[in-house]
Design a protein around this ligand. Structure first.
Ligand code: FAD
Ligand code: DLZ
Length: 509
């Protein structure tokens, strides 16, 4: 019987992949390929490329150890066609295979490319998620609004995580209220577990250094785990040392600390080196053993079975045009300092610098600093989306786009959230110590010295008053704006205009 090809993509490095389950090691050939088509459709951070290539190479070796035949294409191979369909065609010619088994990719771009491939590709559902497309659609059907909280409760019931019978542990579904403490003086966690590159990783690092040196982001020091065993150790390290305080300081930011009590496991989870179930069960077990409080564990589990699954559901329900949504009509170009970090706004420069160094920023930096600024300044959401997709090691469209287009930029008009995540400088000052180090004055509301977030925030609300003025969740903000004197309001709008003019001129702002 003629064997088939089994495609495994760079973010499908899991033993329990549906395409593998459908395959037969005795007759099928696994295809894995480092191709420019994937490595350069956005200018990915070099750490992201190195992580995936090293993890792909090791996963191929692992599969060979399990008895699979693997046709692995390295980036430098002379026969490399540099596209996934191209490599499938080449491998089909070599092996005589006439069909391909694949697990559905996480981006519509690649799903379409596989559908158009001249060799039939059977795309099986990606079973590594808790909620299937059909289940999400069934949940969403007929609802006026899709809200994460209701979806999350279904997922808690479905998994039984932190449940006491049919009731949530502790009597409440959501402990978010306890999870908003401002930045603490000191952090009793020295960050994610770091790994010394081994020979496989060193070889990849040399390749990435030569081929992707022009991309935004520093490659060295490279400290990510690149296989499942390492990712599991990184998870254990988080559970043992950071989870107990994860909840309290989930929204905090510190000028001198990049990770606080965050897990920094999203790149492992999204590439398939870890699974949602083992992560959530480890967190729940830590709570049951008395090691971590409920607010921390509930908050952490909610991010994974709630937000992560909800975002995926939205992406696949909305379809390929979602990334082009621009409900607020924002059209300003992404400022250059998103690539250089060269801005006087301390919170922005710190977020961009750490993104450059680590291919990582935590949620509040992404949402309330770089995302908030882009929204307030009216940046074209598609450009914002491309930036996020490129710069973070955990970024794939299925999870990045709903976070950026939906949650952060409100470009979807409220599919993900009922109101935009915007704030003035006061929020950043409350949750961080950046403002102490900033060239701008957080206490000033207008004029050249004032924190730009302060006046851009009011100018945003004013600009979009027809859309948001009647939103009950924003009524208080509009009342405050309207209570200001005409002179103060005018000075605020003038400061915003002057700032945006400086931004457009390319001045250092
Ligand atoms: P922790 O804070 O420790 O949280 C634990 C886990 O929960 C994460 O590893 C992640 O898997 C999950 N999680 C938390 N929040 C979300 C969320 N909103 N959506 C999906 N999963 C979540 N996450 C990505 O995985 N890829 C992205 O490309 C991505 N882009 C984002 C863009 C913007 C504008 C925003 C606001 C958020 C984005 N997120 C993205 C969500 C979140 O910021 C990251 O998952 C988180 O910062 C990863 O760091 P961590 O592993 O330390 O997470
Ligand atoms: C992100 C990425 C990169 C940088 N390179 C590759 C690659 O060379 N080969 C591959 O199979 N996958 C890569 N990936 C991951 C894919 O882009 C990802 O599978 C799709 O975007 C779908 O999520």
């Amino acid at each position: 019987m003629v064997g088939r090809l089994i495609l495994i993509l760079g973010d499908q490095l899991s033993d329990d992949l549906s395409a593998l389950r459908e395959g037969d090691p005795a007759r099928d050939t696994i295809v894995m390929a480092e191709v420019l088509g994937e490595a350069s459709y956005v200018p990915h951070h070099p750490k992201k490329i190195a992580f995936l290539f090293a993890a792909m190479r090791k996963f191929a070796t692992r599969l060979e150890g399990q008895g699979w035949r693997v046709a692995y294409t390295r980036l430098d191979d002379s026969e490399n066609t540099h596209s996934i369909p191209g490599d499938l065609i080449r491998r089909a010619a070599e092996t005589g295979a006439t069909e391909v088994l694949a697990t559905e990719p996480g981006e519509f771009r690649l799903i379409a490319a596989l559908e158009d491939c001249p060799i039939p590709v059977h795309q099986f559902p990606d079973g590594r998620f808790l909620c299937s497309h059909a289940e999400f659609d069934q949940w969403a059907e007929g609802r006026k609004e899709l809200r994460m909280e209701w979806f999350y409760r279904e997922m808690r019931r479905k998994t039984g995580l932190l449940m006491e019978g049919d009731q949530p542990a502790g009597g409440k579904w959501n402990y978010d209220h306890d999870n908003r403490k401002p930045a603490p003086g000191e952090i009793a966690f020295d960050g994610p577990l770091r790994f010394e590159p081994d020979a496989v990783t060193e070889e990849v690092l040399a390749l990435v250094e030569t081929r992707f040196s022009g991309n935004f982001g520093t490659l060295h020091p490279f400290w990510f785990a690149t296989d499942r065993a390492g990712a599991q150790k990184a998870l254990d390290h988080f559970i043992a040392h950071a989870l107990p305080r994860f909840g309290d300081f989930q929204d905090a930011m510190l000028d001198g600390n990049r990770f606080l009590y965050h897990s920094v496991i999203s790149m492992y989870l999204n590439a398939g080196l870890l699974g949602w179930r083992e992560i959530c069960e480890a967190a729940a077990a830590a709570h049951h053993a008395g090691h971590a409080p409920l607010n921390a564990v509930e908050g952490f589990i909610r991010q994974i079975i709630g937000w992560r699954e909800f975002m995926r559901g939205i992406y696949f329900r909305q379809g390929p045009d979602y990334t082009r949504m621009n409900t607020l009509g924002h059209d300003r170009d992404l400022p250059g300092f998103y690539w250089t970090g060269d801005t006087k706004m301390r919170c922005m420069s710190r977020a961009v610098e750490q993104t450059r160094d680590e291919a990582y920023a935590h949620h509040i930096q992404r949402l309330m600093v770089t995302g908030n600024f882009a929204l307030l300044a009216g940046i074209d959401p598609y450009q914002v989306h491309e930036w996020y997709l490129a710069v973070y090691a955990d970024a794939y469209e299925w999870v990045e786009a709903p976070n950026v287009i939906g949650m952060s930029q409100f470009a979807d008009g409220g599919i993900v959230g009922s109101k935009p995540y915007v704030s003035g400088g006061n929020y950043i000052n409350k949750m961080s110590d950046h403002c102490k180090h900033c060239a701008y004055e957080i206490g000033e509301k207008t004029g050249e010295k004032a924190c730009p977030f302060n006046y851009l925030y009011w100018a945003f609300l004013h600009r979009h008053r027809d859309r948001f003025g009647r939103n009950p969740r924003m009524a208080q903000m509009y009342r405050t704006w309207m209570k200001m004197s005409d002179d103060k309001r005018q000075a605020t709008l003038d400061s915003a205009d002057a700032f945006l003019a400086r931004l457009e001129r390319g001045d250092r702002v």
